[in-house]
Design a protein around this ligand. Structure first.
Ligand code: IPM
Ligand code: MG
Length: 370
């Protein structure tokens, strides 16, 4: 079977390499047992790249990412690099990849699996069956807006500033992704901004309303102020289907939504570019938990978010729905069987580390494929 699917693997920092190792074992299994193989290249990103090359996102990494059909990303950052200059901090690793590959739509599902209902900080009834998709804009807004800086004013005091800015095209294309997803789900989009205080927010609401009226009248659209959305997420999360938000608000709300599910260690994400003629689409898949420096190197990180990100990649970039389902089902079975990493530990469950969790998923895959 020819390995004509090109994959760039970027383990990065902290627990990134530990969870990525488990994803690679699952991909090896796919090659051996499902004849689904990948042409895998490994690259440097984040603090690891900074140490090796002097830059957190070297040109070679960007070039390799552009040449690949998909990028599998671990995590970047850690206290070790707290003092490096702003232009070289490890986070540039992910920010530059999003920008240079045009990955403008960041899909962050917040899903509560049945065996994990009790891991949530909310009452079980509020989160049982929770299934929210956050669509976060990821190449614009205040993350990249100009001007930005820290300057000294004529009176000798200083001023720090960033710019929130969105063009009509930037808002419209990410809104289309959200509406398109809602059509495949429960048909509702909640668009989030601060139209009451920000002109860019008022403009966001206007453009989303126009795209909705012109192209997606069958989808239900509701607008919500970002602060209210945070409150509603914590109080009544099941009212949401797809949440559409700017880069900054999406960053905040997706952490909150993740906390509702009880474990950051369970949540995958996909960041997608525009669909090209011929069907090609730049895409990066990463767990949303980050590098977790406090537990790095101890072999206790939960590999599930990385494995679920791999499943998202199989489904979205390669159309391998059956293989994606296999991974998701295997994980559900392993959790249902009572194995837990520390982050989702429950009374009476068996506590295991990263590689034992990986072993269990592989065993379950074997069973499912038999
Ligand atoms: C995320 C992270 C990143 C972001 C950091 C690491 C730059 O918080 O993906 O949510 O702010 O986008
Ligand atoms: Mg974040």
């Amino acid at each position: 079977m020819p390995a004509n699917r090109k994959l760039l693997v970027l383990p990065g920092d902290g627990i990134g390499p530990e969870v990525m190792a488990e994803a690679l074992r699952v991909l090896d299994w796919m090659a051996a047992r499902r004849a689904v193989s990948f042409d895998v290249t490994e690259g440097l990103v984040g603090g690891a790249a900074l140490e090796a090359t002097g830059h957190p996102c070297p040109d070679e990494t960007v070039a390799a990412a552009k040449a690949a059909d998909a990028v599998l990303f671990g995590a970047v950052g850690g206290p070790k690099w707290d003092k490096v200059e702003f232009e070289r901090r490890p986070e540039i690793g992910i920010l530059r990849l999003r920008k240079d590959l045009g990955l403008f739509a960041n899909l962050r599902p917040a899903l509560v699996l049945d065996p994990l209902v009790d891991a949530s900080s909310l009452k079980p009834d509020l989160v049982r069956g929770l299934d929210i998709m956050i669509v976060r804009e990821s190449t614009g807004g205040i993350y990249f807006g100009e001007p930005r800086g820290i300057e000294t004013l004529p009176d000798g005091t200083r001023r720090g500033f960033d710019t929130e800015s969105y063009t009509e095209a930037e808002i419209a294309r990410v809104a289309r992704v959200a509406f398109g997803l809602a059509r495949q789900r429960r048909g509702k989009v909640t668009s989030v901004e601060k139209a009451n205080v920000m002109l860019s927010g008022r403009f966001w609401r206007q453009v989303v309303t126009e795209v909705h009226a012109a192209e997606f009248p069958d989808v239900t659209l509701e607008h919500m102020y970002a602060d209210n959305c945070a409150m509603q997420l914590a109080a009544r999360p099941k009212q949401f289907d797809v949440i559409l938000a700017s880069n900054l608000f999406g960053d905040l709300l997706s952490d909150l939504a993740a906390a509702l599910t009880g474990s950051l260690g369970m949540l995958p994400s996909a960041t997608l570019g525009a669909e090209q003629p011929g069907g090609r689409r730049a895409a990066l898949y990463e767990p949303i938990h980050g590098s977790a420096p406090d537990i790095a190197g101890r072999g206790i990180a939960n590999p599930c978010a990385m494995l679920l990100s791999t499943a998202m990649m199989l489904r979205i970039s390669f159309g391998l729905e059956a293989e994606a389902r296999l991974i998701e089902t295997a994980i559900e079975h392993v959790l249902g069987g009572g194995l837990r990493t520390a982050d989702i530990m429950a009374p009476g469950a068996a506590r295991v580390g990263t590689s034992v969790m990986g072993d269990a998923v592989l065993r379950e895959l074997e069973k499912l494929a038999a």
